[in-house]
Structures are given as structure tokens and as C-alpha cells.
Design a binder for this molecule. Structure first.
Ligand code: CU
Length: 123
């Protein structure tokens, strides 16, 4: 199966090139051992929050970065232990970062809207 083998080599080379040039674009690749942060973009606009309850994976101790754009003040509440609270202002591109040291699934809520924004699945 020569063609399959050649395809594998090409894919590996492409992946290597990608990792050399794009080490911090925030893409979660699901457990390659990458130490880069997991970035979660949160939008609060006109009473709508996105994402809305999606599961986001992170490794134990991995930095998780929230990038929040909101049109109102809000309070995001991460149900980790200890709990963490992020004071959101009515502003674009606010950054909050944290990490979680124990495996588990943790909900992050908006207390203003009383909805779950993301579920962090930490392995
Ligand atoms: Cu809460």
C-alpha cells in the first residue's frame, strides 16, 4: 500500500509544519499533550449567551482562557473547588484565565442569565 504510506508521511509533515507556525491559536486538539491554553470565546449580546452548555475539554492543570465580549455586566461562576467568580463588565475582549487541578466536570454559569455557558470536562 505505497500510496497510503506516502499519504501518512505527507500528513505528518503538514502537522509538524502547522505545530511550528501556529502554537497558540487556541484550538483544542483533544489530547495531543499540547500545553497551550484552551480558549473559550463567550459572547453576551442582547440577552443571548453563546456558547450555551457545550462541553469543553481541558487537561488537569492546563490553562483555560475566557475571552468575553458582553453588552452588560455579569458574573460568571465556575463550580470548581474552590469556586471561581469572574466579574464581567460591559466591554469587548475581556480575558480571564484559570486552571483546574482535579479531574471532573465543572459547569460555568452566568448568574445574571441563570444559564450554563460551558461544561468543562477536565481529564
Ligand atoms: Cu454558580
Amino acid at each position: 500500500m505505497r500510496s497510503v504510506r506516502h499519504l501518512g508521511v505527507a500528513t505528518a509533515a503538514a502537522a509538524l509544519a502547522l505545530s511550528l507556525t501556529a502554537c497558540s491559536d487556541g484550538e483544542s486538539d483533544g489530547g495531543s499533550g499540547s500545553a497551550g491554553p484552551v480558549t473559550i470565546e463567550v459572547s453576551v449580546q442582547g440577552g443571548e449567551i453563546s456558547p450555551s452548555g457545550e462541553t469543553v475539554e481541558a487537561a488537569t492543570g492546563q490553562e483555560v482562557e475566557l475571552l468575553v465580549s458582553s453588552d452588560i455586566e455579569d458574573e460568571f461562576h465556575l463550580h470548581s473547588e474552590p469556586e471561581q467568580v469572574f466579574d464581567v463588565k460591559a466591554a469587548e475582549d475581556q480575558r480571564f484565565s484559570f486552571s483546574i487541578d482535579s479531574p471532573g466536570t465543572y459547569e460555568m454559569e452566568s448568574h445574571h442569565h441563570e444559564v450554563v455557558i460551558v461544561k468543562l470536562q477536565v481529564d
